[in-house]
Design a protein around this ligand. Sequence first.
Ligand code: AMP
Ligand code: MG
Length: 270
Amino acid sequence: MSKKQRIRPEFGERVHLEDYDPGYTGEYESKGDAKDALKHNLERIDVLQEVLYAEHKHALLIVFQAMDAGGKDSTIRHVMEGANPQGVQVASFKVPTQEELDHDFLWRIHKHVPGRGMIGIFNRSHYEDVLVVRVDELVPEDVWQARYEHINAFERLLADSGVTILKFFLHISKDEQKERFQDRLDKPDKHWKFSHGDLAVREKWDAYMAAYEDALTRCHTPWAPWHIVPANKKWYRNLVVSGAIVEALEGLDMRYPAPEPDLDKVVIPD
Ligand code: AMP
Ligand code: MG
């Protein structure tokens, strides 16, 4: 078995992704091994989400970033499997519209931040503005360089306002991406997930890894920590993500709101 690998980097430490094995599965050897632990996490999420919603005090923001075919959609589907849809909102961030580009880069993000009682999920996020935007040189370097601080300040504002933030980088290997792309090409019902542009992005793999390392280093804060999720094995990925969500929700020490008085004396008329 490989040596124990961190999921959360140390604060202040420079992240080198080659130190993080995307195929790592911790103490588990197979999907079957991890089945009970995953089931437990998903059940806990369902219960805790209900209290979050009822208490109406905290919000949870979950950010997913990954290379194409990294498993963002599938993780969201699995981890929120039993959650009450009324309490969950998902925002997917695509190429910005002209109106969005006419504003600061956080404008379109801020409106999707979950309110009290809600779980908000970002499928891609403001991090695209220091990833694709940096790699493709969509803005000058001084503009994207300033964004790491903007992001930290923005996330601090959210945290100070009662939003718990969890950020997940689903880390797959370049070989694993190739296999998943091939699968998308081989199966007609997966064709919709493939675009020729995905190969152009794949060609820039190393530039993306460098950009990810910077984001994972410079925006890893106690109020909005990153998790580097070994994501070659989908079952381990789901286990890690669900485990971190359970831990964060349990840390909130939530309670159901106090009931109205004298419920024990209520008689329901026929
Ligand atoms: P998908 O998630 O596969 O539907 O693709 C969404 C696309 O939008 C990806 O290619 C992202 O890189 C791109 N995208 C998301 N946010 C931005 C942004 N701020 N600037 C440029 N491209 C973006
Ligand atoms: Mg895509």
